[in-house]
Design a protein around this ligand. Structure first.
Ligand code: NAI
Ligand code: OAA
Length: 304
């Protein structure tokens, strides 16, 4: 029997990530090749004509899984302003957090916040939308996770599918801690990836420098991976990084949206517990938590 369609909301759908993301969803990359979808696309009035163009292209692409354009079960919140060369992600805070406060009227569905500063926007959404369970609000650090897999694969010359269980701890910013201590790589090479941490931390800035625009196809693809694994589950023995509401695991202060290693079953994520943390890692995990606390204060000052 054909499955009931899942309704997916994409905010900022006329932007560059939106333009890359909606055809991926309509092709079944996010939710599976047998899962019909209904797309609900939102943007601001000045982008109405561009959004209409995206809708026309979706019709022209004749996606068999695409059943229409209304209603919501999953929300991918890309809407917002992107940073330019020389800016940090928190520099777009004053423009973007107020969007996440105003969009907090959303009911109970799974939310992925992409727009920067992604962790803090997700926290603002959580704090101003008490009707959404905190387990349903997440932010995208899967792009950083995939960047880490890609760097290891390139540097050790192994297929990316032979690398797993890297971890991105903390903020989707240059203080994030890409941790390879628990990674599994099928290789005989003893070479240690050098400058790996700073390359992953600075990859977003490197893409802006090269493209004069921030990353879009990799962000859209990672957003699909994030929702895919959340809804359909993580493979046995594999974990991924997700920005989620901290419950105090690994002594990360609760009350922050922080990226942890997670596994997913039956549409629910759980933080992987019990990984040993060495002293160097502890310092880096605390540093990125400190930045998130500062961002939270800054966000509230922008909203007052
Ligand atoms: N978490 C992550 O890994 C990544 C996050 N980003 C962030 O994603 C966001 C979007 O990036 P792009 O698509 O490249 O930007 P873009 O500027 O091409 O598109 C953003 C879209 O959002 C729309 N928008 C603005 N305010 C809105 C509102 N109140 N409601 C609905 N739509 C609204 C704009 O009209 C525009 O169409 C940026 O904040 C960017 O920094 C980008 C890459 C990776
Ligand atoms: O760097 C940016 O501003 C866009 C982004 O978040 C990324 O590519 O990781």
């Amino acid at each position: 029997m054909a499955k009931e369609p899942v309704r997916v909301l994409v905010t900022g759908a006329a932007g560059q990530i939106g333009y890359a993301l909606v055809p991926m969803i309509a092709r079944g990359i996010m939710l599976g090749a047998d899962q019909p979808v209904i797309l609900h696309m939102l943007d601001i009035p000045p982008a109405a004509e561009a959004l209409n163009g995206v809708k026309m292209e979706l019709v022209d692409a004749a996606f068999p899984l695409l059943k229409g354009c209304t209603g919501v079960n999953i929300a991918v919140m890309v809407g917002g302003f992107s940073r330019k060369e020389g800016m940090e992600r928190k520099d777009v805070m004053s423009k973007n957090v107020s969007i996440y406060k105003s969009q907090a009227a959303a009911p109970n569905y799974k939310v992925l916040v992409v727009a920067n500063p992604a962790n803090t926007n997700a926290l603002i959404l959580k704090e101003f939308a008490p009707s959404i369970p905190e387990k349903n609000i997440t932010c995208l650090t899967r792009l950083d996770h995939n960047r880490a897999l890609g760097q290891i694969s390139e540097r050790l010359s192994v297929p990316v599918s032979d690398v797993k269980n890297v971890i991105i701890w903390g903020n989707h910013s240059s203080t994030q801690y890409p941790d390879v201590n628990h990674a599994k790589v099928q290789t005989s090479s003893k070479e240690k990836p050098v400058q790996f941490i700073s390359t992953v931390q600075q990859r977003g800035a490197a893409i802006i420098k090269a493209r004069k625009l921030s990353s879009a196809l990799s962000a859209a693809s990672s957003a699909c991976d994030h929702i895919h694994d959340w809804v359909l589950g993580t493979p046995e023995g594999t974990f991924f990084s997700m920005g989620v509401y901290s419950d105090g695991s690994y002594n990360v202060p609760s009350g922050l949206i922080y990226s942890f290693p997670v596994t997913c079953r039956n549409g629910e994520w759980s933080i992987v517990q019990g990984l040993p943390i060495d002293e160097v890692s502890r310092k880096k995990m605390d540093l990125t938590a400190e930045e998130l606390k500062e961002e939270k204060d800054l966000a509230y000052s922008c909203l007052s």
